[in-house]
Design a protein around this ligand. Sequence first.
Ligand code: NAD
Length: 380
Amino acid sequence: MQINRSAGLVWRGDERNGRRGFLTTISAGAALLTFPRCAAAQFWGRRKLGVALCGLGGYSLGQLGPALRLTQNCKLRGVVTGSPEKGALWAKSYGFSSTNIYHYDQMVELAGNPDIDIVYVVTPNALHARHVIAAAKARKHVICEKPMAVSVAECDAMLAACRANNVKLSIGYRLQFEPHYEELKRHAREKDWGAFARMSGGHSYVMKQPQWRAERKLAGGGPLMDIGIYTIQAACMAAGDVAAVAVTANERPKQRPEFFRDIEETIEWTMEFADGARGDFSTSYNDTLNRFRAEAAKGWMEFDPAYSYAGGVKVLTQAGPLDLVVPPSQQAVQIDDFARCVRDDAQSRVAGEMGRRDMAIIEAIYASAAQGGKRIEIKT
Ligand code: NAD
């Protein structure tokens, strides 16, 4: 059971076992006593940008809301939700006006609201495209949770809408800001150990409760879309500037076909990079794995756990453990960086184009598995 307190709102849920939970309230006093606010007011004398969370489920409640209390460059000033009651609870807890509570069907009205600069889309995967495009049409910058969408065609439509409305789009790839992954990227860039030529690992957990993640209509696919994408991200970070060029994949027979009716339960895949590097990976909703390993001629890094936020990432290298100072919230760093990019008109390191790249890899993996493990070149 995980309990996150954020001055009035409490999420009680177990993320690994279905991420289902419930929202309840505690007194603001109790919340402040246990988890004092560490909101920093400083923003170089300038106004903090306003963020609206679109989708108030487990990730918003447990991570993104609390992260927005820590951010320096932006703060939570609104929500988009199907539940006005939930919206009112959030408004009270985060101290924003009830006029900044929108229904999904009212996103066009965000256009007239100067409080909101950025919309953060945190709905089920198959709704990302609709909500990102609606936010862009309201001329709001957008952060979209992973996976960016459920097809490359949707990614293209989202990128086009953001371009047409002159707004920025980034993906919620929090690990791109995590210090151990920064170190992986540094080795990949500087090649001080040589290039990472061999990679392995994967991301799995045992899904116990029925939920949208197990329905193709809302999830777009199975564990590959949801958690395997972290391994794809890690592999691309280890490859540095070198592109993934081809994949081969194999879906394992289902042990619980009645539970995973129209999505894969387990899939294994190999990624080939343009410099000859290779990675062998897997992801499953019926296994336990949270690992990534990258090997070069003169050194290696093993991440285990590799993708966590609660408890963080742990890394071993040939020289021993890599103990880096980590920020209290990966999400706060990620969101703050995007607000800085908006403010300074800078390019995000997790721009929509990266989400599209990963979706092209995912489509190639599914295509290979559907064709019995045929080698499929990744279309860029
Ligand atoms: P969740 O099920 O807890 O919340 C989903 C929210 O979407 C709920 O508030 C729900 O009411 C709302 N919603 C709107 N329309 C809906 C519909 N038609 N059907 C079902 N729900 C609908 O899910 P979550 O764990 O918060 O995940 C949301 C997104 O965030 C997903 O894309 C997921 O991949 C992503 N996520 C990212 C991370 C990360 O570490 N980056 C972690 C968890 C989730």
